[in-house]
Design a binder for this molecule. Structure first.
Ligand code: SAM
Length: 141
């Protein structure tokens, strides 16, 4: 995104017509979209909220999983990356307990080909953490 709209130039750059930025809580946007409208979704290095008492704030959560399942077409993929051990365990636990997505084990420590790098990912590697990269596929006909 920052290649299209460099930081600090948000007010002067006109992005391409098909490009939209939602500057608010992503959950509001998801709620407003129609069923089966997405071919792909990304959740890149979500805030880990590592304290157990904050677990409800983690984006990977049954309610958000149901919302993504509503929006993604059957066979569409949801890519999720996290470098935080607490969040990684959480993703295994929560995605292992649902049946809306196929949830094979993640790639670990090396970004799969055709995934874009992110700033937070670079920071994770610099600081010696090991990102996990999941590809969840929406089940259905
Ligand atoms: C750890 S940063 C990762 C940023 C970027 N995805 C990356 O990989 O470099 C997590 C980001 O998620 C954003 N965020 C957290 N909850 C959000 C929500 N409900 N809707 C939209 N953004 C959210 C935070 O503002 C923060 O910028």
């Amino acid at each position: 995104m920052s290649r299209i709209v460099p930081e600090g130039e948000e007010d002067t750059i006109t992005p391409p017509d098909h490009f939209r930025i939602w500057p608010d809580d992503a959950r509001q946007l998801l709620k407003s979209l129609p069923d089966g409208c997405l071919d792909r979704a990304y959740l890149m290095f979500p805030d880990p909220w590592p304290k157990a008492r904050h677990a409800k704030r983690r984006f990977i959560h049954p309610e958000n999983i149901r919302e993504l399942a509503r929006l993604l077409k059957p066979g569409a993929v949801w890519r999720v990356a996290s470098d935080h051990p607490v969040y990684q365990d959480w993703v295994f636990e929560i995605m292992g307990a649902q049946d809306l997505f196929d949830a094979p084990p993640p790639a670990k420590g090396e970004r799969p080909e055709d995934w874009s790098p992110t700033r937070y990912e670079a920071k994770a590697y610099r600081e010696g953490r090991v990102p996990f990269y999941w590809t969840f596929t929406r089940r259905g006909a």
